[in-house]
Design a protein around this ligand. Sequence first.
Ligand code: CAA
Length: 259
Amino acid sequence: MTAYENILVETHGKVGLIRLNRPQALNALSTPLFIDLAQALDAFQADDGIGCIVLTGSPKAFAAGADIKEMKDLSFMDVYFQDFCNTGWTHVTTIRKPVIAAVAGYALGGGCELAMMCDFIIAADNAKFGQPEINLGTMPGAGGSQRLTRAVGKAKAMEMCLTGRQMDAAEAERAGLVSRIVPLADLEAEALKAAEKIASLSLPVTMMVKEAVNAAFETTLAEGVRFERRLFHSTFAILDRKEGMAAFAEKRPANFINR
Ligand code: CAA
């Protein structure tokens, strides 16, 4: 397996685990980190043996945001020409297999944005989410003002982006930002368990489910429902759909072959 400087990569059966690994900077998101992350995500996307990906950090920080030391001397022309916060940053949203964010500690700024780009977030009880860019004289640049607002509504998103206030795990769960909270010591095992369940199912269908749920954020209800129904119909062309229903009728576990 490729060795990276800013991340650690493992496989657990059919699950690919990526751990952000810049402990000296609380996993601050630097350009080299995003290059590593994109490469690792693409490798798992291309690997037929992988059905789900978990993205995690350390017990202290998922990621404390964009690397402020890397950013501090950039000019408007630098960030504009690089399209900073797009190239590399949003790569995870191009991954078609399900991606779970397992968040412990700080998920601030770009860290919160990266977690929200994943398909769902499982939070440790010490997780803290925030968009503190306002304290630096700037603002969210990787979707924070948009994804946080869709996740938790205008009132909380506006307050968090305007004041930099952090949400703890309990508030994040109440607000719908995270799917559930688990004790810090169980975070990785719980995220892997959810990922193993997803990876044991039919990959083409889990990919379609991801597409359908994501469509809810991009389209009208009528169009979204129509899109979902067409995807549902298309599962009837998949051997795994036949196998899943046959296995139910025959009272045996299904054996999905991703076809
Ligand atoms: N960028 C670069 N380095 C960072 C960093 C960041 N975002 N966050 C933490 N670090 C570094 C610190 O500079 C420190 O390094 P040194 O030991 O070399 O000084 C090390 O990580 C440990 O950090 P602290 O000593 O600050 O740790 P703490 O426990 O006292 O505080 C914290 C933790 C509250 C998260 C604090 O580190 C902090 O406020 N970090 C910045 C958070 C932030 O503003 N994030 C938003 C960034 S902007 C952004 O993300 C833009 C966007 O939308 C794309």
